[in-house]
Every structure is written in C-alpha cells, then in structure tokens.
Write a protein that binds this ligand. Sequence first.
Ligand code: CA
Length: 370
Amino acid sequence: MKRRDFIRRAGLGTLAAGSAALAGCGEEKAPKAVAGSSADRRSFEWKMVTSWPKNFPGLGTGAARLAELITEMSGGRLTVKIYAAGELVPALGVFDAVSEGVAQMGHSGAYYWKGKSEAAQFFSAVPFGMTAQEMNGWLYFGGGLELWEKVYAPFGLVPLAGGNTGVQMAGWFNTEINSVEDLEGLKMRIPGLGGEVLRRAGGTPVNMPGGELFTSLKSGAIDATEWVGPYNDLAFGLYKAAQYYYYPGWHEPGTTLECMVNREAFDELPDDLKAIVRGAARAANADMLAEYTARNNDALQTLVDDHGVELRRLPDGVLGRLRELSHEVVGELAEKDPLAREVYESFRKFRDQARAWHDISERAYIEARG
Ligand code: CA
C-alpha cells in the first residue's frame, strides 16, 4: 500500500486500534472500528467518464442514474460526477482513463476494448449470442462476472454490468434484403463482430460515430446502418433517411453495457460503500433494460403509425447464412488467446443450456401468446 493511501485509510476508526497497540495488545485485539466498518465515515469524490453524449437516451441516461443512485444511497459520502464523451476524455478513452486513475469510474461497452483483450468482446455483444436475460444469468450466476474480472484484472479494473439494451434492430436499409446475394456489395455501418460477419457475407462494413449516421445514410455514402432500436433510432430521425427497418438484431441480441471501476479506488472504499457501488450497478443494469423495453414499444408505434416506416423481417435464408458465419467468426475469436478460449467455452456452454430451457419457456410462451 502506498504511504498516502495508508494515511488516508488510517481514519477515525484506527484511533482505538492505535491506543490498543500502544498498550502492547497488537492489532488483532483492535476493535472492529477500522476502515471497512460502518464507523468509517470518510467521504469520496469520484469522476465517471462515459462513452455517451450528454443525456443520450438509454445509455447516457442509464449512466447518469447510476451516478445519482450511488450519491444518494451513500448519503453523499461517495459522490459521483458524470462526464459525457469528450468532456474529460474522448468516448473511446474511457478504458485507459479509469485504468490509469484519471477517473475512478467509467460507463461504456466492453466490445470497444478488443485491442486491450480479445476476450472483452464476450461481455458486450456476440452475434447470435445471448439475450439480456441470459447474459444476466451467465454473469451473476454462471461464472461470467468472475471471468470478466479475470480479463480486466491486468488493467487494474473491476468490471460490473451496467445496463442492457435488449435485442436491437437489424437496421435501416434503402434496398430490400430478400436473399444472401442482396448483402453483396452492401455498404453498411455495423461495427465489431457483426461487421466481420457482414464482410464474409460479401458486404462492406464501415464504422462511424452515431452522430454521422443520418447524413451518411441520407447522402448515400452508406446503403444501410444499424444503430440500437426504435427508442434511439427515432431520436436520430433515421426513418427520414431509409425506407425499410429490418429485424431482428442478430448481431446484438442483448448488448451489455459496463460500469468499470479503478481497482485501487474501489479497494480504498469502506465495505458499505463497496456494497453500494455493486448494488447500484446491479440496479442500473436492470433499470436500463426496463427503460429500453418501455421506450422501444412506444417509439416503434410512433415510427410505424406516424412516420409510415416499413417493418421487415430478415428472411430465414439470410439469417441462416449470417448464423453460420457468426459461429465461424466467434469460433476464431476463441483461438486468439487462451483467455479468450476460456471465456468462449463458458459462454458457449451457458448459451446452449439457456437455449434448451428458453425453447420451452420464453419462446414457447411467446409463441403461445400469439
Ligand atoms: Ca448497435
């Protein structure tokens, strides 16, 4: 422990321990009032950097709620000030900023960090991977979070799930997609593993920030784009730049957002504040999915009823080909390094189990409901 950390930790509670030590009793006889107990009333001011524009619907508002919740639950002993992308560090500077302690906390998506660790991608969105409900099952009760901690440990980071968008949409297209051939030559904004799948299907994936999507689609610089779902897509006005709105979002079936915490900063907190950070992240994780569920329903109706958007389902033949290619791409990811292999094995095993159960529960019920 660094000396200044030691001095900071030696707060109120250690007074008693100090006098016990003076009396020659040693530390083991010290009362419980040491750093980590409820008597530790120190306060902390944290910064949370995010990859989202200010008050960005869903992702940004979810991060803001998390910051407020921690501040409120701790009675102001741990205040978290939130920074939008670019305010303190750029959108994609979040990982380094929290790792280096420039900020104590960050809100982002793990798929941005494949340059740090290939295995990180399993903790955000995997094409034909798990739904939100399944991801949460894996992370909290299936060993997923422990593996995530293992992947982030070398960077001095503690990862927590910090939200989920649910199943996204396949995207906005200006041409109909009736067969696999229609993907050939298609220039589409689709990042990450999904982009690689499109490339293998003959398309040209491009990446660009959300703010450029509308203009690029409208001008014909790109033929298609994915973004999130009705809630975010309505806000961006994408319906004014494309005719067809395709589903389902095969490439992002339950995108998990992350809340990362600097390890040293986390360890410095008394136990009750640690529990508050973990609990608040868990609440934010559930809340974001609830917000998306509520807002997507509403926005979809507006898109269809008020703006005449044409909803289309990707044909089975196209989905089948994309599924084959996805398994190929994700399988290759597992070959990149031993840690990616370890995460992949756990992910795949859980996904297969979840599929067997959800075939006769969620899917069977939704079909029965009609
Ligand atoms: Ca997306």
